[in-house]
Design a protein around this ligand. Structure first.
Ligand SMILES: [Zn+2]
Length: 395
């Protein structure tokens, strides 16, 4: 089959690799019909994830079941399914405590510590040997383990694109707002107007936020936030983010700040090199702004992936302001069913943030375009080559 293979930093290729096979009784094999490139794929692409060998990447995908293991109860060939990006077994402590992203059974490298290159949480699709080494779904076919726990059937009435973002970016944006306990009337400031930031902004309105502010350095992303999420916006390249948020809230500051940027923001090449070689730990400029722009007693949710330690973490400020800090991967399995019903009720629309639809063969150029923020790129969907039914039911 054809698949997107990460070779080494800045070298992602479409190659022919072996088709996946059933390995466990509860596996399914899926034909992938639509897949998306995520900001966290860029961390791999850009060499920010240590200990990576060549592998098929991608963790946002929708497709059709083509083969089922003997122990699979619910699915049959022909079923369309969507799968959360964390790989979770459903059977042990963390899955039983609504923490599927920490599943201790799916990742050989799982451990309590959370170190830089060992003892991570549960496995993720297409996210390096640190996270289980499972092949991802930017490919024609993918093996999905734990099929009695993870996949969800996609009703025929939905297109692939309507449900594709239930795999990651919508539940992730949702988490940031949910963790902050938004009840109504709050000001929610979202740093980053990429796909996750846009989802968080949209969901903040659903929860009744009184004001939603999107911050970014790219005018086209700010335009998208204004147009598609109805947010007020701040260009952080032109304005001091903290001062702007204070003045937009009559000095009150934001009740909730969400960091939807992660570890690569605004970092010089020298800094990047220093981080990789550990000469200098971390860069948390966005987080710093979030801690400053949030009101006393407020909550900061960190959704952007961070992998590095930091030598100057402002714990004194966090303590003084009495802030609540929430972070981590979204427990997608806990949210996906409810979010699917919202699509039904048209409470939320997800697919209108797609700016490019390209064949899988164009993955290398698509990574470059997304990484360099070219051509107004917010979200790229890769479709199966030569398949014109990709965005609709294939049954
Ligand atoms: Zn993702």
């Amino acid at each position: 089959m054809k698949a997107v293979v990460f070779q080494k930093p800045n070298d992602v290729r479409v190659e022919t690799v072996d088709d996946p096979e059933l390995e466990q009784l509860d596996d399914i094999i899926r034909k992938v019909t639509s897949t998306a490139i995520c900001g966290s794929d860029l961390h791999i692409h850009n060499g920010f994830i240590p200990k990576i060998k060549p592998m098929v990447i991608g963790h946002e995908f929708v497709g059709v079941v083509v083969e089922v293991g003997a122990g699979v109860k619910e699915f049959r060939p022909g079923d369309r399914v969507v799968v959360p990006f964390p790989i979770a077994c459903g059977g042990y402590f963390f899955c039983n405590h609504d923490l599927p992203d920490h599943c201790e059974n799916s990742n050989e490298n799982c451990g309590p510590e959370g170190g830089l290159a060992k003892e991570k949480g549960g496995a993720l699709f297409g996210y390096t040997d640190l996270y289980g080494g499972y092949s991802g779904g930017q490919s024609e076919y993918v093996r999905v383990p734990y099929a009695n726990f993870s996949p969800r059937k996609v009703p025929d009435r939905f297109t692939d694109e309507q449900v594709l973002f239930l795999t990651d970016i919508f539940p992730t944006g949702f988490s940031g707002v949910e963790w902050a306990g938004v009840k109504g009337g709050e000001t929610v400031a979202v740093f980053g107007c990429g796909p996750v930031g846009l989802m968080a902004q949209r969901y903040a309105w659903v929860r009744g936020a009184g004001k939603v502010i999107g911050l970014d350095r790219e005018p086209y992303r700010l335009k998208m936030a204004r147009r598609s999420a109805g947010s007020e916006v701040i260009n952080v390249k032109e304005t001091d983010a903290v001062e702007a948020i204070r003045s937009m809230t009559d000095g009150h500051s934001a009740d909730v700040c969400i960091d939807a940027v992660g570890m690569e923001v605004d970092r010089s090449l020298l800094q990047k090199a220093a981080n990789i070689t550990h000469a200098e730990a971390g860069s948390i400029s966005v987080m710093r702004n979030a801690f400053s722009a949030v009101r006393r007693g407020g909550t900061v949710s960190i959704l952007g992936v961070d992998g590095m330690p930091d030598d100057n973490f402002p714990i004194g400020q966090i303590f003084d302001k009495g802030l609540t800090l929430r972070c981590g991967q979204a427990p997608v399995h806990c949210y996906i069913d409810e979010l699917m019903t919202w699509l039904d009720q048209e409470t939320i629309v997800l697919d209108d943030i797609i700016t490019q639809r390209l064949p899988l063969a164009d993955a290398p150029q698509s990574y470059e375009m997304f990484n360099n923020k070219e051509d107004g790129c917010v979200k790229v969907v890769l479709n199966r080559d030569g398949d014109d039914s990709q965005s609709h039911s294939t049954r």
